[in-house]
Ligand binder design. Structure first.
Ligand code: ATP
Ligand code: MG
Ligand code: FE
Length: 332
């Protein structure tokens, strides 16, 4: 089975082709980061318009690179939510229409399920069950994954997502958008002992998160500091606090569920400190940690094509409705 996947939920246009036997055959990605950078964040209307410009050329590119023609395909998968509604409608409308024109089934994919299944693109994918830490620009959640489509939310952020906190704090530090990677780079030169930031909600039971207080803490710390070194020290303290909090909650989730595997996905999963710290902590408890390849941590079409293929293999397909939902819970 071969499936075309389309992702347009935010500021990346992603298209990919996966094959049931041969795995990922191609993936094409266009990032709108430069377009939105001058506004300091994603401008929804501009995102939609750019997806319209880029999507069909990327579909052609992905098919060409995969050596695939429409008659080789068994279905078309698309991100149906959550995300920016206008942006979603572009991908959903195009994907549903292509599927209809080609006489194929279409599958509406939950964007966070895409992130969650991204490690399955690996040559050596993790077995079910596992605990997934989803840490992206819009979400921070711990999910008990018993199998495909069997997701129980163990905890989530009550305010800012981890990536959002990285981006907002990066802005305070005068770094560009999206600031997560830039902040992490600056933190490498920081002294971890200079400032101490709190580890929010770790002193009480439960698996929910709260990251909005950390940017306020950064703002306070930045009041009296001016040099590059000072800023690096603040970045380091912030990163340590987020990473520490995520590690504490992951270990708690693994303990609560008795899981032997932890999957980490979403853009913040690219963070090096988080990877190092989680690996150390998990290995000490005989828990294996699985990450998608770096390029599949952030938004991409490959994870959507894969999720769509897994659902299609179970015989799930949809009617002609074009599905797009700005808000959409993951648990079923
Ligand atoms: P969602 O999936 O919740 O809708 P999104 O798709 O915008 O959100 P992703 O593309 O998965 O999110 O991830 C982007 C986020 O990851 C941004 O907030 C970015 O700052 C953050 N990020 C990327 N790399 C790093 C890094 N090395 N360290 C910290 N944060 C990072
Ligand atoms: Mg993005
Ligand atoms: Fe995402």
């Amino acid at each position: 089975m071969r499936v075309l996947g389309i992702e347009t939920s935010c500021d990346e246009t992603g298209v990919a082709v996966v094959d049931g036997e041969r795995g990922l055959l191609s993936h094409a990605l266009y990032s709108q980061v430069a377009l939105h950078a001058e506004y300091g964040g994603v401008v929804p209307e501009l995102a939609s318009r750019d997806h319209i410009r880029k999507l069909l050329p990327l579909v052609r590119q992905a098919l060409d690179e995969a050596g695939t023609v429409p008659s080789d395909l068994s279905g078309v998968a698309y991100t149906a939510g959550p995300g920016l509604l206008g942006a979603l409608l572009v991908g959903a409308g195009v994907a549903r229409s292509l599927a209809w024109a080609w006489g194929l089934p279409a599958v509406a994919v939950h964007h966070m399920e895409g992130h969650l299944l991204a490690p399955m693109l690996d040559a050596d994918p993790p077995d079910y069950p596992f605990v997934a830490l989803l840490v992206s620009g819009g979400h921070t959640m711990l999910v008990d994954v018993q199998g495909l489509g069997r997701y129980r939310i163990l905890g989530e952020s009550l305010d800012d997502a981890a990536g959002e906190a990285f981006d907002k704090t990066a802005k305070l530090l005068g770094l560009g958008y999206p600031g997560g990677p830039a902040l992490a780079k600056q933190a490498e030169h920081g002294d971890p002992g200079r400032f101490h930031f709190p580890r929010p909600m770790t002193d009480r039971p439960g698996l929910d998160f709260s990251f909005s207080g950390l940017k306020t803490r950064a703002l306070t710390a930045l009041r009296d500091v001016h040099s590059e070194q000072d800023r690096a020290d603040v970045a380091r303290a912030f990163e340590e606090a987020v990473v520490d909090t995520l590690v504490i909650k992951c270990l708690r989730a693994v303990e609560d569920t008795g899981a032997a595997r932890l999957v980490v996905a979403g853009g913040v999963g690219a963070n090096r400190r988080l990877r190092v710290r989680l690996r150390e902590a998990a290995e000490a408890r005989d828990v294996s940690v699985h990450y998608p390849a770096l390029e599949f941590c952030t938004d991409n079409g490959a994870m959507i094509a894969l999720a769509g293929m897994l659902h299609l293999q179970r015989g799930e397909a949809e009617d002609l409705t074009i599905q797009a939902r700005a808000r959409w819970g993951l648990a079923v």
